[in-house]
Design a protein around this ligand. Structure first.
Ligand SMILES: O=C(O)C(=O)C[C@]1(C(=O)O)C=C[C@@H](O)C=C1
Length: 262
């Protein structure tokens, strides 16, 4: 049975994404994104699942950096899950008597309006399901969690309100990572590139893709950490084939890495 690492506890969105990406897998929770990537790099699991983008909160940049830091890992597939967040409490809890809400920071970011409206104190947990597990164990009606209905079911929390995120339509996109490239990838690719510090260098890099009819889906800049205020760009592309991608990367030059074809 294949094993898939994810960040969090059973019932977290990443666990659900792992089961969808690798049906019949045994999923294993880790305490952080970094620990999940390390477990895959060390061969403790066959695959790992990491969230990379939420429709409300935006990119999860650490997970692009982890791909750069672990050159032996490759993106092999992706999936997008609908994310319905619930306010979960314990017996005796009521929305108007809550003082503190716990969740993964990316999930708290998706429920900004409700939290601000009540002035609740925020505290962070490893993941949404872990937050539900913690508040059930604490059994304090003034402490609630933001998490999936599935986690409330697994750990015995009471759902006080459903669909509490700022926008009703909400999704998170996840990558499936492996230690070897996808055998038969579709037309997507993710690249890390550090362009020269000169006028037009990023435009020229993007033109190298556009000139070959490769479509840009996503772009983020992250500090390279070694030189202050120098950035590395992570780009996701669609409409890719190996020949045009190789030609585009040769035209761009510089420090670059293919993070996956999927
Ligand atoms: O905590 C979870 O349930 C996770 O899977 C992590 C995560 C994330 O980091 O983006 C995934 C989906 C939701 O957007 C909230 C949190």
């Amino acid at each position: 049975m294949p094993t898939v690492g994810y960040q969090g506890h059973p019932g977290a969105f990443s666990d659900v994404a792992a089961r969808r990406l690798v049906p019949d897998a045994e999923t294993r929770g880790y305490p952080s994104f970094d620990a999940t990537a390390i477990a895959l790099a060390k061969g403790e699991v066959d695959f790992a699942v990491l969230p990379v983008e939420n429709a409300i909160a935006g990119p999860v940049p650490r997970n692009y950096e982890l791909l750069w830091e672990h050159p032996d890992l490759r993106i092999v597939e992706e999936t997008t899950l609908p994310v319905e967040l619930c306010l979960v409490g314990v017996g005796g809890a009521h929305e108007d008597r809550i003082a503190e809400v716990r969740s993964h920071p990316v999930a708290l970011e998706q429920v900004r309006a409700l939290i601000e409206a009540h002035g609740w104190r925020r505290s962070t947990s490893t993941d949404t399901a872990g937050a539900v597990k913690e508040i059930v164990r604490l059994n304090d009606p003034s402490v609630a969690a933001i998490g999936p209905a599935l986690a409330a079911e697994i750990y015995g929390g009471r759902i006080l309100a459903r669909n509490v995120q700022d926008e009703a339509e909400n999704y998170t996109r996840f990558f499936l990572l492996s230690r070897s490239p996808a055998a038969a990838p579709s037309d997507r690719a993710c690249i890390g590139i550090a362009v020269d510090d000169r006028p037009g260098s990023l435009r020229d890099a993007l033109s190298a893709f556009a000139d070959r009819a490769i479509d840009l889906r996503f772009l983020i800049a992250r500090p390279d950490r070694k030189v202050p205020f120098r950035y590395r760009f992570f780009v996701e592309l669609t409409g890719v084939d190996d020949a045009r991608l190789t030609a585009a990367l040769a035209a761009i030059g510089g420090d670059q890495r293919l993070l996956g074809r999927y």
